[in-house]
Write a protein that binds this ligand. Structure first.
Ligand SMILES: Nc1ncnc2c1ncn2[C@@H]1O[C@H](COP(=O)(O)OP(=O)(O)OP(=O)(O)O)[C@@H](O)[C@H]1O
Ligand SMILES: [Mg+2]
Length: 396
């Protein structure tokens, strides 16, 4: 968007300088006149529309962002939109955003090309005028033709060159904002993810939370205030509390996904810190409150993140049996190879839930954290899950 126009501009400036250099040698006055006429016209136009260009460049960038947002909003919220009869409101909003952006795109595209026609007319008019002037000064027709040929040829080459320089400059002005934004984003330091080959913590037998406090950035008070807990191997612990009391937050702290504002997480009597967090996290399986289903097969969803050639199919089946998910998977049209659709749209809430549990069981972690795993289950599946957890507890 910016680099190509920039490179083009550099090469064209070089060509323009050579042509102008040649004209200066021939006749400095006329050369300067030509440079002033053509160059000045382009510079004037550029200065006139420079502000509008960067404004419209921003509108175009904003359009991409808004269109993306409104599309994902309407796909995710399609049921709400239909029920509240908001289709026309959404369509109108989409049209408005889209039109504004497309108008600006057209302005940028046209402003690069339009001045050319006017400037070409002026320049060839000038050459014509020059010819008439020479003619009236009684210059011999032979030398008149050769002089005019040189200037016409130079003009013929100089005009597209100047036009290209101008167009490149216009492109840089319009798209410069996006590039600056990209540059700023690229400069944000990203943390290097932990090594993928970290092993589980051997023989994890206890996790202790000691005087944990947690406050979400920007929130006014503590979400967790002085929480001390101990989890031991072979036990099933349940945390209960009203909605918004901080259960999911506590789970995130146990998982090491959030760092406590104060207090410590201790595994096997050792503080979980930067050096041990990777193997600690590797030891814990997690079933989130909202399970994320990949738009892929049952196998890929259970063996989440494992490359296809390394998936252990027996382990997938065992995890599905343990999670009481095998019955519904067998009823799917293509069994284990059935696609589950984006966001698991081909599954019921409960089926998504047990798929998430199968995913956690596939990894064979030593600790399993489940965030309200029964909320989407019917009573029979809830009972099955509780007996599964009790069996797993005894196995550990
Ligand atoms: N990312 C966040 N930023 C700021 N505040 C948050 C964030 N996530 C949660 N909270 C706040 O922290 C509190 C605890 O939220 P949390 O999700 O842990 O509750 P919960 O006990 O899991 O609730 P539920 O039973 O509804 O799942 C809530 O008041 C919520 O508004
Ligand atoms: Mg929660």
């Amino acid at each position: 968007m910016v680099l190509q126009p920039y490179l083009l501009m550099c090469s064209q400036v070089f060509v323009a300088l050579i042509i102008l250099g040649g004209l200066v040698i021939l006749d400095p006055q006329i050369a300067l006149g030509a440079a002033f006429l053509i160059g000045g016209a382009y510079v004037g136009t550029y200065l006139l529309i420079k502000k509008s260009l960067s404004f419209h460049g921003e509108v175009v960038t904003q359009r991409s962002r808004d269109v993306q947002a409104i599309l994902s909003e309407s796909f995710i919220g399609i049921k709400d939109i239909k029920l509240s009869a908001l289709e026309s409101a959404y369509t109108a909003r989409y049209k408005q955003i889209n039109k504004k952006g497309l108008d600006s795109g057209a302005f940028i595209a046209l402003s690069g090309d339009l001045p050319r026609f006017a400037i070409e007319t002026i320049s060839f008019g000038a050459i014509l005028l020059f010819a008439i002037l020479l003619f009236t000064h009684h210059i011999g027709s032979e030398s008149l033709v050769s002089i005019l040929s040189v200037y016409a040829l130079a003009g013929y080459k100089l005009l597209p060159t100047m036009q290209q320089i101008y167009k490149s400059l216009a492109g840089i002005s319009a798209n410069g904002g996006v590039v600056l934004e990209l540059k700023a984003n690229l400069e944000v330091p990203t943390e290097v993810p932990g090594s993928p080959n970290v092993e589980q913590m051997p023989g994890l037998h206890s996790i202790v939370l000691r005087r944990i406090e947690y406050q979400y950035p920007g929130s006014s008070g503590l979400t967790l205030d002085n929480v001390s807990l101990k989890f031991e191997r072979g036990l099933l612990n349940t945390i209960a509390g009203p909605s918004g009391s901080g259960k999911s937050t506590l789970a995130d702290l146990i998982l090491g996904l959030l760092a406590p504002s104060s207090g410590e997480v201790i595994a096997n009597n050792v503080l979980v810190d930067e050096s041990s967090i990777a193997s600690y996290q590797r030891s814990i399986g997690y079933v989130p409150q909202n399970i994320f289903i990949l738009d892929d097969t049952v196998v890929a969803n259970v063996a989440f993140g494992v490359s296809r050639d390394q998936v252990d199919l027996d382990r997938v089946i065992q995890a599905l049996i343990q999670a009481s998910a095998i019955e519904f998977v067998e009823r799917l049209p293509r069994g284990l190879n059935s696609q589950l659709g984006q966001d698991g749209k081909l599954l019921s809430g409960g089926q998504g839930g047990v798929s998430g549990i199968a995913r956690a069981l596939y990894r064979r972690n030593q600790v399993l954290v489940l965030d309200e795993p029964t909320s989407a289950l019917d009573i029979a599946s809830e009972h099955d899950l509780m007996s599964l957890l009790n069996r797993l507890k005894k196995m550990s």
